[in-house]
Design a protein around this ligand. Structure first.
Ligand code: ATP
Length: 508
């Protein structure tokens, strides 16, 4: 298997070659950190949205959705803290002139120490075989303990420095850790500065400062400012949630790693409003529920982990990330935060409107507390795509490239293929295509030899290939080939719809 960097490059070029993701404005030489989704990409993306929406909104009688606008009153971003504090600490290397996020440099440094621990564990696993007890090993092996202590020390020192807004201290920490620029290899760093990530533009024809509006950097604020509207019009009772899927914009300093970090991206967020004092119970509930959602896609547990935050916002009392093992290591995929009553209180203060809830059971008014789940749609896309990309050596020595995507998310659910382009097979195949089209995204393909057509469908991740052959014309049965095992069943045409429905059903 290729190393991870090669693998990542292959995934990127496969995405382009097979119509999943194109660089934006490519014929004008592209734009950094902006991408377009192609004909299969948009299907996969829509399916992820639907899968999330169904589990969060449709399956909960106390969660409803909204679709708020991207432009909002500029005061909202003052109230939320984004105007004053939505910053990333940036640092330049004077030799390469490359710009980095100071926190990312430190995170990458920590990831290298984590790699050392993982290597130590793998070595021991090999040595001890079946009798290996990982938990015991990591809690007793001195080298692992030393490295873990280093990680804990760096994390907590960095968190303290950021909490104290001590940027000089952050620079000193980078120097002390011996972090070098990956391009120049030197430690010749500038001071650390804060950089606001919001894009601004002007609304209307006057070019006064008062007309400045921002492209929203998160979808959450659209939910908070509609809290009363939804609560009153929907007669919602606490605890209840409001969900939203939509675009967000951030002027990311370092925008690398394909669709992992973009300047225009999509979020799927849910704000869950609860009684004050019950927030930690709900935080645990959503932690567990969201992890279950990820696992229901059939990707193994080992590819996910929780990462509890060291540095909490002053108003938050718990926060964790669900991290995924991307080709470039474990990174944040989703955030779950217990945010207290900060957001609603801020909007109450800045708008001058009372934002409270009357609890009929307690017979009192209060500002609800919030637990939020916030997941990147594009990062989920990258997670499922990179996990799905497989190069398989077959018995005859040839290599098959296949996307083992979770079937429920696949862009095309079935391809209908006449074995040959004659003897009424195309007509029969088209009849089947017509029959299936109202239930599933399907594709008809008659070009090239059947083996080549199977490979094409494997490359876009189609779970089922239905082949019409001579026998079909005699007894109305077809072969149906499953993508992962390449196993073929012969079944009546009339069973196809059920067969596919069953096959693409998620685990839970
Ligand atoms: P990071 O630390 O990676 O910058 P974040 O902690 O700022 O992310 P949040 O503000 O918690 O991210 O946003 C919630 C989710 O939105 C993230 O978990 C991620 O999946 C997604 N997300 C955030 N920024 C981007 C981006 N620039 N491109 C794509 N997805 C993003």
């Amino acid at each position: 298997m290729a190393n991870n960097e090669d693998l990542f490059k292959k995934i990127i070029s496969h995405s382009k070659e097979y119509g999943y993701i194109f660089p934006s404005s490519e014929i004008y030489d592209g734009m950094a950190a902006v991408y377009d989704y192609g004909q299969y990409g948009v299907e996969l993306k829509n399916n992820i949205k639907q899968y999330w929406w169904k589990s969060m909104v449709q399956m909960h009688d106390n969660i409803v959705g909204i679709d708020s606008s991207i432009f909002m009153h500029p005061k909202i971003w003052k109230a939320s803290g984004h105007v004053d504090a939505f910053n990333d600490p940036l640092i330049d290397n004077k030799d390469s002139k490359k710009r980095y996020r100071a926190d990312v440099l430190i995170e990458d440094h920590i990831a290298k120490i984590e790699d050392k621990i993982e290597k130590e564990v793998l070595k021991a696993e090999k040595r001890f075989g079946d009798s290996f007890n990982k938990e015991e090993f990591v809690s007793t092996n001195q080298r692992v303990l030393d490295n873990q202590a280093k990680i804990d020390d760096i994390s907590s020192r960095f968190a303290d420095l950021m909490n104290a807004e001590n940027l000089e201290g952050v620079k000193l920490l980078i120097e002390e850790l011996g972090i070098v620029c990956p391009i120049s290899g030197t430690k010749n760093w500038t001071d650390v500065r804060q950089f606001n990530l919001m894009f601004s533009t002007k609304m209307g024809s006057l070019s006064e400062d008062t007309n400045i509006v921002y492209l929203r950097p998160e979808t959450a604020q659209g939910i908070f400012v509609n809290f009363l509207n939804v609560q009153k019009s929907g007669r919602m009772k606490i605890p209840f949630g409001i969900a939203q899927i939509g675009k967000a914009f951030r002027n990311e300093i370092v925008a690398r790693q394909f669709i992992f970090r973009m300047r225009e991206f999509e979020q799927m967020e849910m704000q869950f409003f609860v009684r004050p004092g019950e927030e930690l119970k709900w935080f645990e509930h959503w932690k567990e529920t969201r992890m279950k959602w990820h696992l229901s896609l059939g990707i193994p547990k080992t590819e996910y982990r929780f990462h509890d935050h060291e540095k909490l916002a002053h108003y938050a009392n718990a926060a964790t990330d669900i991290e995924f093992r991307f080709p470039f290591g474990f990174k944040e995929l989703e955030g779950i935060h217990s945010r207290g009553d900060f957001d609603l209180k801020q909007h109450q203060e800045f708008s001058g409107k009372k934002i409270q809830y009357f609890d009929p059971e307690l017979k009192e008014n209060y500002t609800p507390y919030v637990v939020e789940t916030s997941i990147g749609l594009d990062r989920t896309f990258l997670a499922v795509l990179s996990h799905a990309y497989t190069e398989q050596t077959l018995e005859d020595g040839t290599i098959r490239t296949v996307l083992n995507l979770p079937k429920v998310l696949c862009p095309i659910k079935a391809a209908i293929l006449p074995l040959v382009k004659k003897d009424n097979m195309p007509e029969k195949a088209k009849e089947i295509e017509k029959m299936l089209r109202s239930d599933f995204m399907v594709q008809y393909d008659e070009k090239d030899a059947i083996g080549k057509r199977y490979r094409r469908q494997d490359a876009i991740g189609t779970p089922y290939c239905i082949t019409v052959d001579t026998q079909t014309l005699e007894d109305n049965t077809v072969t149906i080939r499953e993508r992962d095992t390449m196993h073929q069943d012969r079944i009546p045409i009339s069973d196809l719809t059920n067969y596919i429905h069953k096959g693409i059903r998620p685990l839970a």
